[in-house]
Design a protein around this ligand. Structure first.
Ligand code: PNS
Length: 216
């Protein structure tokens, strides 16, 4: 996967805010609340303002996630990656580390149209805050499907204006899953082709320390 120091670009993207708002994600859309970005007539978003959120825990970011984000960027003008703080899941990586992993993956053109925002609470509230048209979720397996459909239906009840868009990953990422990635890393298995190089480095370093601690 191509990586070109996207971190810097993500922080300097002109099209979107910097994605620094890891608390509540306010202010990601300059036009929010001003009625801009919408066609006043039919409620159809103006070209250039179609924004989707792509939420997840991303503990850690995988090449499957990057693949879905790239697909979403082909469909939407801008994508806000909502990084769930996910305290209850006790993530291995802090919110800041997970955002940094993401930033390292993007080429400048992608970074310009992407922002990373931490969120807690309901997804629909985050979507409203961001003025998002849609939520994007990757759909890998049949077991994903059941749970994702439940979430989509409940989210629709809570926020009927927001659509859920399911995107199947490219075939080579169909089995890639953050939980299994952590198990592979814990066992010292190869992460090649599964996660971005920066993520592989962080996972190796984390589990090296874990193994060291176990020896003492
Ligand atoms: O990467 P994950 O862990 O599959 O992401 C799950 C996530 C964060 C998208 C989901 O847990 C979520 O939407 N959390 C926010 C809380 C919420 O709105 N729950 C009700 C969903 S119907």
């Amino acid at each position: 996967m191509k990586s070109s120091g996207g971190r810097k670009s993500a922080a300097s993207g002109k099209g979107m805010d910097k994605g620094k708002g890891m608390d509540k994600g306010k202010g990601m859309d300059k036009d929010k609340g001003k009625g801009k970005g919408k066609d006043e007539g039919g409620g159809v978003p103006r070209h250039g303002s179609r924004l989707a959120i792509f939420p997840g825990t991303f503990d850690p970011v995988t090449l499957g996630h990057v693949d879905i984000l790239r697909k979403a960027l082909r469909l939407f003008d801008r994508v806000v990656v909502g990084v769930a703080i996910g305290d209850h899941k006790r993530p291995l990586f802090s919110l800041e580390e997970r955002v940094r992993m993401w930033e390292e993956c993007l080429v400048p053109e992608e970074a310009r149209r992407t922002a990373f925002v931490g969120f807690r609470g309901l997804l629909v509230d985050f979507a409203k805050d961001q003025n998002a048209l849609a939520v994007v979720r990757g759909l890998r397996t049949l077991s994903d499907f059941e749970f994702e459909m439940q979430m989509a239906e409940l989210n629709r009840k809570l926020h009927p204006e927001m659509e859920t868009v399911f995107l199947p990953p490219s075939e080579k990422y169909g089995a890639v899953n953050s939980t299994l990635i952590k198990q592979i890393a814990a066992g010292g298995g190869s992460l090649r082709g599964l996660v971005p190089p920066g993520v592989a480095r962080r996972l190796r370093s984390h589990f090296r320390e874990v193994r060291k601690d176990r020896r003492v």
